[in-house]
Design a binder for this molecule. Structure first.
Ligand SMILES: NC(=O)C1=CN([C@@H]2O[C@H](COP(=O)(O)OP(=O)(O)OC[C@H]3O[C@@H](n4cnc5c(N)ncnc54)[C@H](O)[C@@H]3O)[C@@H](O)[C@H]2O)C=CC1
Ligand SMILES: O=C(O)C(=O)Cc1ccc(O)cc1
Length: 315
């Protein structure tokens, strides 16, 4: 058997991420058998009707019996409860991982529950959409995306190698880092941007002198991008905020300070300050595109090719 393939994989939680995993596991032949479990009977039926696995179990403990790899894909606030449920049924030597958007809290919730004979390695694929549920997933979700692993110091390196090989077989690039560092970085690049989107769409929704029709009719692509993020799953994002509170608060403070400076530049008509900030931020976007990290590179490429990018000179 190759490094990346497993006899039995158990997927606990079968929403966007779990079902994308089920699809890529099937496409790449990464398991002899895939067992699916999720809390809601209706969701389990949906997974069955989509043909996502080989076996379906309502009981998570039943699902992990004999599994070589267990992947927990539930809202981060449910991680501890799932770990408690599956712990007594885990096979000796099983690798247990998760996909949650926050890492310190998931480790704090799961690690104490799991037996020493299992290898627990927390993880986070930096890949997703605003959609949720089993039908929202797709096999190519993880392609050319980062997957961050945050193993604790005492984890067997060969288990890390196997999990790395698995994510690589799903199309991802894998990086290992400290959980606290992960949470700080993700607060900046993912959690706070989602909160900004929720906030601006909420603000637009509450403005009395702008009708809903106008928001829909005149929303340019910038606002549309915010509405996409602000359509993300409420349970998932409530849990992210509750479970990465300190890092999110720290980044929000920085954001507020910078917003105050920006507001001042607008109020004072300080064109130089505005131009300098906008020039700096444009170069950030360019670096991201050059590094090949953009979701819609083709679209951005068209906007550059269309010559709408200006020459960078201060008018
Ligand atoms: N949606 C996204 O773009 C991304 C999400 N993530 C993380 O992946 C995890 C799953 O997210 P999605 O798949 O998007 O969510 P989802 O809402 O599509 O699916 C969640 C699944 O968990 C199940 N579930 C909820 N509570 C449970 C419990 N107590 N026991 C067993 N199953 C339970 C639900 O029935 C459902 O099958 C979350 O921790 C999220 O932070 C990570 C990367 C991207
Ligand atoms: O839809 C988007 O733009 C996302 O940013 C998806 C996403 C959401 C949460 C994560 O932890 C990782 C990726």
């Amino acid at each position: 058997m190759n490094q990346e393939t497993f006899g039995r994989i158990a997927l606990i939680g079968i929403g966007l991420i779990g079902s994308s995993l089920a699809r890529v596991i099937a496409r790449e032949g990464l398991a002899d058998e895939t067992v699916i479990s999720t809390r809601s009977p209706a969701t389990l039926e949906e997974a069955r009707s989509l043909g996502l696995g080989d076996r379906y179990e309502q009981d998570a403990a039943e699902a992990v019996k004999g599994a070589d790899l267990v992947i927990v894909s539930v809202p981060v606030g449910a991680s501890g409860a799932v770990a408690r449920q599956i712990a007594p049924a885990l096979k000796k030597g099983a690798i247990v991982t998760d996909v949650g958007s926050t890492k310190r809290s998931v480790i704090e919730q799961m690690a104490p529950e799991l037996p020493d004979h299992a290898h627990f390695i927390a993880g986070h694929p930096l890949a997703g959409t605003e959609k949720s549920g089993p039908s929202a997933g797709f096999a190519s979700l993880f392609e050319d995306r980062w997957c961050i692993l945050t193993p604790q110091d005492d984890v067997d390196p060969s288990a890390i190698d196997r999990l790395t090989a698995f994510w690589e077989a799903c199309g991802s690039r894998v990086e290992t880092m400290d959980a606290a560092h992960h949470d700080q970085v993700l607060a900046l690049v993912s959690h706070v941007p989602h909160l900004i989107a929720y906030n601006i769409v909420g603000t637009a929704d509450e403005l009395e002198n702008v009708t809903e029709r106008e928001v829909i009719k005149y929303s340019a692509s910038g606002f549309r991008d915010f509405t996409r993020l602000a359509a993300s799953d409420p349970t998932m994002w409530r849990d992210v905020c509750l479970h990465n509170r300190d890092a999110i608060l720290e980044m929000l403070s920085r954001f507020s300070e910078d917003l105050t400076a920006l507001r001042k530049a607008v109020r004072r008509g300080d064109g130089d300050a505005l131009f300098d900030l906008f020039t700096r931020t444009r170069s950030v976007r360019r670096s991201i595109i050059e590094a090949g990290q953009d979701v819609d590179v083709a679209d951005f490429g068209r906007s550059i090719a269309g010559g709408r990018d200006g020459d960078g000179a201060k008018p």
